[in-house]
Ligand binder design. Structure first.
Ligand SMILES: [Zn+2]
Length: 62
């Protein structure tokens, strides 16, 4: 997965989903960060859903 701003490889940060204690534990997607210091999106989060892994969203999933 590449950053849409600088086209550098994004760094895997975490996954997200229904992973709180009372939930069913299903992982819905993955969170990435850009670690290119020269990029305008440096340290910004991006995420994808597991069922659409090529569809990159900007920001942090809620
Ligand atoms: Zn970037």
């Amino acid at each position: 997965m590449n950053c849409p701003y600088c086209d550098e490889e994004l760094t895997y940060d975490d996954y997200f989903g229904r992973i709180a204690a009372h939930q069913d534990g299903k992982v819905l997607g993955d969170i990435y960060k850009c670690n290119n210091e020269d990029c305008e999106a440096y340290q910004q989060s991006f995420y994808t859903y597991r069922d659409r892994p090529d569809d990159l969203h900007e920001g942090y999933p809620c």
